[in-house]
Design a binder for this molecule. Structure first.
Ligand SMILES: Nc1ncnc2c1ncn2[C@@H]1O[C@H](COP(=O)(O)OP(=O)(O)OP(=O)(O)O)[C@@H](O)[C@H]1O
Ligand SMILES: [Mg+2]
Length: 374
């Protein structure tokens, strides 16, 4: 029997779980500064006071959600007097939904599906907080989803001014946003911003060295020794950096491992990684498209449409082609393009010559972008 081949009942994975999208890693490095800052913000809650309000901002895949979740589990292990609540605003994006999640955490079950008014819900929450003398810290993850329909103002107003309706209640918020262009403090009403006064914690993109060390940890935990050479890990890091999202790298490793296993090989090879990348890279596109606003989605659709004819597009010409449909000024248009560039959806570069021409090219197949926008 050929020893270089994997038997059908053998596997390259020591623990496949570590490559899952919702896996919370035990080792969590390179976010020490942000974690210290976050703890500082939350700390008054441990003394029964209101936690300081915080905005965590950074591009997709920079560890914002994980940092907050790590600190929340530490709080839960240590005390009952400060109750951390994580709300995914992509799913719960109305005032009622957010407060239902808070209620669920405090009461252990969701409020009845019908017949509970918001007032009753809030009464119940306040009663529990006052009875248990507990302080709340509420993380509104992907908070940009609350910006539509004015829900952001409603949610924040009610949370941050709870002590007016229910004296003695104390609630702090952590707003998590991956949209670098949103200026939350200016988006909310003055009566909200006067009580919000947040400190911003920035999550910079990981450097290639950091991505290398994070992926290396997963490889050591997830694969048996010898499955992935350092050279192949280097390739995976390169591709992760191209997409700018750590999630792509983690997903890519899993797919490459499965591919090698499928071909009964004991090692992951270049082809496995390249093939996996062709699928995993779209993960980043999926995550970023979900965070775009309606007008940005429209502009991206236009770019996809235009670039199926010409891959390198002149920014001025694109603007002329879209300005009527999208009712945009050039400044706003260019801001959106710069944002796409920062999100690594497009590549923005200059060609010198007569003046400096700005050129835009998509980083993804236009057809794939259109598919996702639908
Ligand atoms: N420093 C790190 N060490 C190990 N794994 C990490 C680290 N940072 C992020 N990850 C992993 O990368 C993935 C993305 O991280 P996370 O979900 O925290 O990012 P995010 O900033 O919340 O992104 P988004 O804005 O898209 O929600 C997760 O699977 C997480 O486990
Ligand atoms: Mg997140």
């Amino acid at each position: 029997m050929d020893k270089t081949l994997l038997r059908w009942d053998e596997t390259l994975f020591r623990d496949m779980e570590v490559f899952e999208i919702d896996y919370v890693p035990e080792q969590f490095h390179h976010r020490e500064v942000q974690m210290v800052d976050l703890k500082f913000q939350i700390k008054p809650g441990l003394q029964g006071c209101r936690p300081l309000n915080t905005i965590c901002r950074g591009l997709p895949g920079t560890g914002k959600t994980t940092s907050v979740q790590k600190i929340f589990s530490q709080i839960e292990e240590g005390t009952k007097k400060l109750i951390p609540i994580h709300v995914n605003c992509q799913i719960d994006n109305t005032k009622y939904a957010v407060f239902s999640q808070i209620y669920r955490k405090l009461a252990g079950h969701l409020p009845p599906a019908t017949g509970t008014s918001f007032k009753q819900l809030f009464d119940a929450i306040a009663r529990i907080l006052l009875r248990d003398e507990a302080v709340l810290v509420v993380a509104l993850d992907d908070a940009n989803y609350l910006l539509y329909e004015n829900e952001m103002n409603r949610v924040l107003y009610t949370l941050l001014r709870s002590h007016e309706a229910y004296p003695g209640t104390r609630i702090g918020v952590i707003l998590i946003v991956s949209d670098m262009s949103i200026d939350l403090v200016h988006e909310v009403d003055p009566r909200v911003s006067s009580v919000l006064r947040p400190t911003e914690i920035y999550f910079p993109p990981y450097s290639p060295e950091e991505v290398y060390s994070i992926l290396k940890e997963r490889v050591l935990q997830g694969f048996y020794p010898g499955v992935l050479s350092d050279e192949m890990l280097g390739l995976a890091v390169e591709q992760t950096m191209q997409s700018g999202d750590l999630r792509v790298g983690i997903d890519l490793l899993k797919r490459a491992g499965l591919q090698a296993e499928h071909d009964a090989r004991r090692k992951i090879e270049r082809e496995d990684i390249c093939k996996a990348y062709e699928i995993s890279r779209y993960l980043h596109l999926d995550f970023t498209i979900r965070t775009l606003r309606e007008e940005e989605k429209k502009l991206l659709a236009k770019l996809a449409e235009l670039s199926s004819r010409e891959t390198e597009m002149n920014a001025g010409e694109v603007f002329n082609a879209v300005k009527v449909d999208l009712t945009l000024g050039y400044t706003k248009f260019y801001e959106m393009i710069r944002k796409f560039d920062a999100m690594r959806i497009v590549n923005l570069h200059y060609r010198s010559g007569r003046g400096r021409t700005r050129l835009i090219s998509l980083r993804y197949d236009p057809a794939r972008i259109m598919e996702r926008l639908k």
